[in-house]
Each structure stands twice: as structure tokens, then as C-alpha cells.
Write a protein that binds this ligand. Structure first.
Ligand code: HEM
Length: 140
């Protein structure tokens, strides 16, 4: 390979290879529970943060900053699709580029924590290392 060649690894394709992942298009997080595959750069079949000496140094920063707010939003609210939409109506279109992202945002309606007002809870904080979200609970 000539010096200074730019190489882009297509991790989108690697992560969907049926040789390493059963039914890759299905959202099934439990597939990672008992397997040996992780995202820390030790498995070349699945490496969203790259691998080796030049892998992403932001991995320890970004992981809790995504996982904790998401876990807290799921814990504190029930989420519904708007306007009677059902799961199969979701637009899963993607835009291809150096990274692949959703074409259109997902719109969800949060419903307050069950029984929060009855329990006398009027506000709470969603916390993770770098983000604090203050939530006011209101009756409908
Ligand atoms: C979900 C979020 C992120 C993903 C999926 C991601 C993914 C990646 C990938 C695939 C690479 C290329 C690794 C390689 O060439 O093998 C990379 C490099 C890099 N990332 Fe991230 N990253 C994320 C967030 C961040 C954050 C938050 C920071 C900084 C705070 C960061 C800093 C960097 C830097 C500096 C490099 C270049 C490393 C080098 O070339 O030596 N990343 N990232």
C-alpha cells in the first residue's frame, strides 16, 4: 500500500455481516449479553470506535454520556409514538456518508413518571457526568 494512502474501514458492513451476527437488522441488544463480542476494539467484527493504536480516545467519555441519560430517560418516563403511530410505521431510512445516520428524527412523546404527582414528586434531576437535565413534573 503506498505511503499516505487514506484507508476508511467500512464498519457499517462489518457490523452487519451475518457470518458474525445473526439477523443483524433486528434490534436485539441481548445478543451482546453472553457473547464474547464487545465494542472496545478487541473484536474486528464489531468496532464502532475503531481498533488498535488509533482507536477513538473518546470512548470512555462518550459511553457514560450516552448510556446514563438514555437509561434515566427510559426509567423516568413512559414513551409513546405520536398520533397513534405504531412501531412498524417508523421511518428507518438512513443517509449514507462517512458516517451513516437517520434520515429523519424519531419523534416520541414522553409521559411523566407513573404516579409522580401522587407521590409528591414535583421535579427531579437526570444526572450523568457532564449533563444535568432538570425535569418539572406537571399534571395533565
Ligand atoms: C459515539 C461517539 C463516538 C464514536 C462512535 C467515535 C468513533 C471513532 C472512530 C471510529 C474513530 C477512528 C478510529 C480508528 O481510526 O481506528 C475515532 C477517532 C477519534 N475520536 Fe471518536 N468517536 C466518538 C466520540 C468521540 C469523542 C466524544 C471524542 C472526544 C472527546 C472523540 C475523539 C476522537 C479522536 C481524537 C480520534 C482520533 C484518534 C487518532 O486518530 O489517534 N471521539 N472515533
Amino acid at each position: 500500500m503506498p505511503a499516505k494512502t487514506k484507508v476508511l474501514v467500512n464498519t457499517w458492513v462489518l457490523g452487519r455481516d451475518p457470518k458474525h451476527c445473526d439477523d443483524p437488522e433486528t434490534f436485539y441488544p441481548k445478543r451482546f449479553l453472553n457473547g464474547s463480542m464487545d465494542y472496545m476494539g478487541t473484536n474486528y467484527e464489531f468496532n464502532p470506535f475503531g481498533a488498535g493504536r488509533r482507536m477513538c480516545p473518546g470512548i470512555t467519555f462518550v459511553t457514560p454520556n450516552l448510556e446514563l441519560p438514555l437509561a434515566q430517560l427510559l426509567f423516568h418516563f413512559d414513551w409513546k409514538l405520536p398520533n397513534g403511530m405504531r412501531g412498524e410505521d417508523l421511518d428507518m431510512a438512513e443517509v449514507f456518508g462517512v458516517i451513516v445516520k437517520r434520515k429523519n428524527d424519531i419523534v416520541l412523546v414522553p409521559r411523566r413518571e407513573k404516579g409522580a404527582v401522587e407521590k409528591g414528586i414535583t421535579s427531579f434531576e437526570l444526572r450523568c457526568p457532564f449533563i444535568v437535565i432538570q425535569v418539572e413534573v406537571k399534571t395533565e
